[in-house]
Write a protein that binds this ligand. Structure first.
Ligand code: SAM
Length: 291
């Protein structure tokens, strides 16, 4: 199956009289070489379930379907549905389109639209539901809330291959001691190993956004930290005043900061950006013990 046999995305947009709505973060990838590279970055997808948010005209959707994946595509803008519909037949039914807001959608309930058990290559989880990969060129205005939603998701969620604005991608993969290191890095890396795979220049998109984008691959950790809510609370306090020592910054959390820091084995004079993933886990646990 080769998407080159389909009408070009540019011709499709023109034929349907469609243009980008910037309010919905619409910047399209019309070059299949790029969308195929994103699909390849996600690993072996044949026979697996993939959730794609924001298919738009369907450039990434085409590349995902070429791999043999079963794709559930969630698009908020109904104007794209007639343009996506022919891909259902082309893929012999491996595409299911949902019109709606991905922030509101319950992904686990959509997995029934995946492949029948006999055609699944993905290992089944307890309860028989195969984990779904998420592969998306995310709308920049809801990229971070969607990521946080998925980090908190249950066993239905597999690994994620996601495009963000480059600056957001750098904040997701950041390490302690760097300017980009903050809440997002700690929360994302509590659940996933995060790697920035490659950057995509702004000129690659139609229309071009103001800044470059980057692909981040997030693979589930063997030792995920379960209490993300506690981690969100302690990182909000710690990075809320990132230039202050922790013994001052954490006053947003509790007046008794020094005993809390001692319980977590952390230096009260350290700053948030010096604390690594394990340190924040200990801090969240110490705070949970007092709450
Ligand atoms: N995947 C396409 C591509 O790579 O060319 C389009 C990507 S564009 C950056 C983001 C897409 O997400 C748009 O099609 C937009 O309509 C859609 N979108 C924006 N907000 C959304 C939301 N809350 N839920 C679902 N889709 C959304």
């Amino acid at each position: 199956m080769n998407a080159d046999e389909l009408p070009t995305l540019r011709d499709e947009l023109e034929a349907h009289g469609l243009w980008a709505n910037k309010g919905l973060g619409q910047h399209f990838l019309l070059d299949l070489n790029i969308t195929r590279r994103i699909a390849r970055t996600a690993g072996e997808l044949a026979g697996k379930q993939v959730i794609e948010v924001g298919p738009g005209p369907g450039g990434l959707t085409r590349a995902l379907l070429e791999t043999g994946a079963h794709v559930i595509a969630i698009e908020k803008d109904p104007r794209f549905l007639p343009l996506l519909a022919p891909l259902i037949e082309w893929s012999e039914g491996r595409l299911h389109i949902v019109q709606g807001d991905a922030l509101e959608v319950e992904e686990a309930a959509l997995l029934q639209y995946g492949p029948p058990a006999s055609r699944r290559h993905a290992p089944a989880l307890a309860g028989g539901t195969p984990a779904a990969h998420i592969v998306s060129n995310l709308p920049y205005n809801v990229g971070t809330p969607l990521l946080v939603k998925w980090l908190k998701a249950g066993a239905w969620r597999g690994d994620m291959t996601l495009m963000f604005q480059k600056e957001v991608a750098q904040r997701i993969v950041a390490r302690p001691g760097s300017d980009a290191y903050g809440r997002l890095a700690v929360i994302a890396q509590a659940r996933c190993d995060a790697r920035l795979e490659f950057t995509v220049p702004a000129r690659t998109f139609t229309p071009p956004p103001k800044i470059a984008s980057a692909i981040v691959r997030l693979t589930n950790r063997a030792d995920p930290y379960p209490h993300l809510d506690a981690l969100e609370r302690v990182t909000a306090a710690a990075f809320g005043q990132r230039r202050k020592m922790l013994r001052s910054a954490l006053r947003a959390l509790t007046p008794e900061t020094e005993p809390l820091l001692r319980a977590a084995g952390l230096d009260p004079t350290a700053r948030a950006e010096d604390i690594d993933q394990q340190g924040f886990r200990r801090l969240a646990e110490a705070w949970r013990a007092t709450a």
